[in-house]
Structures are given as C-alpha cells and as structure tokens.
Design a protein around this ligand. Sequence first.
Ligand code: 5GP
Ligand code: ZN
Length: 115
Amino acid sequence: MRDDNCIFCKIANGEIPSATIYEDDDFRAILDLGPASKGHALLLPKEHYADLYALPDETAAKVLPTAKKIVSRMKDVLGCDGYNLVQNNGECAGQTVFHFHLHMIPRYKDDEVGL
Ligand code: 5GP
Ligand code: ZN
C-alpha cells in the first residue's frame, strides 16, 4: 500500500533522502526534522497506513520489538537518561502527518521537553 501524496511513503521507501538510523524490510527509522530533543527519531512502516486504526495487526506486532531494538542501541549512542515513545492519532491528538509513525524521543536529565 502506498499513497503518492504522502511524504513519509517517499521517505520510508528511500525516494526522498533522510537521516536514516535503522532500516529493515518493513520499517525505516529517521531523525525527526523538528526534534523535541537530540536524537528524536520516527519509526515508519514502509507501507502506507494513515494511523494506528489502519495498521494491520501483523505490522503492529513488529512495531514495539523494532522500537525496542532501536532505542536500546540509541540510548548508548546518545548517552540519554530516558526515552519516551509517543504515537499520535488524529489532529486533536497532535497528528500532523497521516502515515503511521512512532516517535522515539530520548530524554536527558533536566531537559525541558514538553510532551
Ligand atoms: P506527528 O505530529 O504527526 O505525530 O509527527 C510528525 C513529525 O514528523 C513531527 O515531529 C515533524 O517534525 C516530523 N516531520 C514532518 N515532516 C518531516 C519530514 O519531511 N522529514 C522528517 N524527518 N520529519 C518530518
Ligand atoms: Zn504514507
């Protein structure tokens, strides 16, 4: 599945270059263009699903293990003190790009990230 008007489809499938920190057959993880903290990344499925409701269970089941692998590695690379995983569904919940994505936000002691 793919949406020709979706920027995250193009990024996830490598048609637009991005700062990729992880890639496998199903997902790409990229650094966020407007990071809430150093190392803020987004996990994108390569297939287009607008939000969590549209995400097939099979893909959903891979999201957390994949995020776990990435943040476990990144916490050592970044030296952060914690991590928030955030996932917005719907405009009122803060979703601005309608291609499912999981925010992986490193946290640092005394940072002032407001979620
Ligand atoms: P949402 O608000 O939908 O949960 O998150 C969308 C996120 O995507 C935002 O944090 C925003 O900074 C990021 N973003 C939007 N457009 C781009 C882009 O073209 N490239 C990258 N790397 N991040 C983007
Ligand atoms: Zn898409």
